[in-house]
Design a protein around this ligand. Structure first.
Ligand SMILES: *Cc1c(COP(=O)(O)O)cnc(C)c1O
Length: 319
């Protein structure tokens, strides 16, 4: 099954549209902007979660016989990733086990209620157990208990995610100089960087407080990073950069200014954004335009990574 067949079977709208963006913001008339509308791919499997999962899902559908399919993955109670993956598994008749950080048994979030309805097997684990989600011993034990299962890391963030993310760049016909996207686990940013041409650059907007930490996460996904690292070479002139002044206090944290920007986007530009990821990106773009950050005439693509289903609840309560 090709990714195309798979996306058709799931009813996804691909390629996603690229729409011009002309807000009346200060400085906006000096550049050209477009939005890559990955939020429109699907109401549930939107944005970068589909991009990151497509390659893995396609390969698994190809190689595992239908009666043995079982996927295991990890996330918090508000995870867009578990939600998107849970829906795909339900549609594709794949058994799905969601390992969830914290006990929401008595008070499931809207996402967890959906998962239950989609017949996911939800396992609530303590924060201590959840912290072992990347440990090889822990993963081996999990795999031994379910030998046929495909274990996908938190957020779908792994090397194979880069292939699916690169696909979104090939869909963009409009020549551009800069592409802007949010950064959390870094896999989306790494996928974008891996698909840039020599004269293009990527600008990441940190959605959490992680100076240095986020740069390392991105770099570790890049194919030739470990080799360079071993040879102790310095990286070539950076084609990418992460800005850290727009996280509004940390992951899922929000300020009145951020909420106002989200409301303005919807009212003035008919563009739905949410405060955890896309809202912070558009807030940053507005601010940077006002500061004259971009070169006059620059062609800018803003990636809308989706995640709007998350608007149903406030993940900041997930401490
Ligand atoms: C998960 C998510 C991100 C973060 O992507 P990373 O690859 O983890 O950096 C960005 N936007 C939305 C809407 C998401 O759901």
């Amino acid at each position: 099954m090709s990714t195309h067949t798979l996306s058709t079977r799931l009813g996804l709208s691909l390629p996603s549209p690229l729409t011009p963006f002309r807000p009346d913001w200060q400085g906006a008339n000096t550049v050209s902007m477009w939005i890559k509308r990955d939020d429109l791919i699907h109401p549930v499997v939107s944005g970068n979660k589909w991009r990151k999962l497509s390659e893995q899902l396609q390969r698994y559908m190809q190689h595992q016989s239908s009666t043995q399919r079982h996927i295991i993955s990890f996330g918090g109670g508000f995870s867009n990733h578990l939600h998107a993956l849970g829906w795909c598994c339900w549609q594709l008749d794949i058994r799905f086990t969601a390992i969830v950080r914290g006990n929401y048994h008595a008070t499931p979030t809207p996402m967890l209620k959906d998962l239950a309805q989609w017949r996911a097997n939800i396992q609530y684990v303590t924060k201590a157990e959840y912290s072992r989600r990347h440990d090889q011993d822990y993963l081996n034990a999990l795999q031994n208990k379910a030998p046929d299962a495909l274990i996908i890391p938190e957020g779908g963030s792994q090397a194979s995610a880069l292939t699916g993310v690169r696909q979104l760049l090939t869909e963009i016909q409009q020549p551009f100089d800069t592409i802007i996207a949010p950064v959390a686990s870094g896999a989306t940013m790494a996928g974008i960087i891996s698909g840039l041409t020599a004269n293009q650059s990527a600008l990441g907007i940190a959605v959490l407080n992680g100076v240095g930490y986020l740069e390392n996460l991105v770099a570790q996904f890049l194919p030739d990073f470990s080799k360079r690292h071993q040879q102790n070479e310095t990286l070539p002139a950076q084609q990418w950069q992460i800005l850290h002044q727009f996280h509004h206090g940390g992951y899922a944290k929000r300020t009145p200014a951020l909420i106002a920007l989200c409301e303005e986007s919807l009212q003035a530009h008919q563009l739905a954004v949410e405060p955890v990821y896309s809202g912070k990106v558009f807030y940053a773009v507005k601010q940077l335009l006002g500061e004259g950050y971009f070169a006059p005439g620059e062609n800018i693509v803003i990636l809308h990574t989706g995640g709007l289903q998350g608007n149903r609840s406030d993940p900041a309560s997930d401490e």
